[in-house]
Design a protein around this ligand. Structure first.
Ligand SMILES: [Cu+2]
Length: 249
């Protein structure tokens, strides 16, 4: 028996390979995340499928399943890459704590899953498991604290007399059609945990409202009909019609 075989057998004899274990916990964490995410954002078929896939990875990952660990980590990383645009938007919007925390957690978990997969397929020792998992936990806590401080400093605007009110909730605007008099203001309440914008297409009129907050602005638009959208990546379905009439409504 050569030294390499002895080393591998020694690892197996002393229990699960450390990086396979990291992969397993990372996969199970992503599965749990899929459930928690839907508690916040509502039922989503693709998220459910992703959750079930990582549940399967977690269940089947056991000692010796190095290639499966690598596959699990790679899929986790691809997941993050394929959602890069909304992910980066949420990670750069510290004012929306809920969305920041969820996305930061998913990003770090996916990286740990990927590093776990690399460690597993290379048969690395567990020497770096603690530092890497510790670093991920530390980064999450640090990011959470910074976002919590920034979000606590956000002051929700109060509506002024005569403002038209819009609610952004469950990734849509309510109402979907709004008629306002020229020169009036708009007040938007955001009931979602992530930021939304009230962006009047074809103009530079835009109101950005962090998650679970409210904002207002004066509408300086010529009479006419406009399309209002939310310019956050992934919110393409958010739209409403705004009509500005002559004189005040
Ligand atoms: Cu939006």
């Amino acid at each position: 028996m050569d030294i390499k075989t002895q080393a591998i057998e020694g690892t197996v004899a002393s229990g699960e390979e450390p990086w396979v274990r990291v992969s397993r916990y990372a996969a199970l964490t992503i599965a749990v995340y899929a459930v928690v995410f839907q508690l916040f954002a509502g039922f989503s078929p693709p998220v459910t499928v992703i959750g079930l896939m990582f549940l399967a990875f977690g269940v089947f990952l056991s000692s010796g399943r190095r290639r499966l660990a690598f596959a699990s980590g790679t899929v986790a990383l691809l997941l993050v890459v394929s959602f890069a645009a909304p992910l980066v938007d949420a990670l750069t919007d510290l004012a929306s704590l809920e969305a920041f925390a969820l996305n930061w957690f998913l990003t770090l978990t996916a990286f740990v899953a990927f590093i776990g997969g690399i460690g597993a397929i290379r048969g690395e020792s567990g020497r770096l498991v603690r530092p890497i998992v510790g670093l991920a936990v530390g980064l999450f806590v640090a990011g959470f604290v910074v976002s919590a401080v920034v979000a606590a400093g956000v002051e929700a605007a109060e509506p002024l007399a005569g403002d038209s009110r819009v609610v952004a909730e469950s990734m849509s605007f309510v109402p979907e059609e709004l008629v306002v008099g020229a020169g009036s203001g708009i007040w938007m309440e955001n009931r979602d945990g992530l930021r939304h914008t009230f962006t009047v297409e074809g103009t530079d009129v835009e109101l950005n409202v962090p998650g679970n907050s409210a904002g207002r602005m004066d509408l300086e638009l010529e009479p006419g009909t406009y399309k209002v959208i939310c310019d956050v990546p992934g919110h393409e379905a958010m739209a409403m019609e705004l009509t500005i009439t002559e004189g005040s409504q």
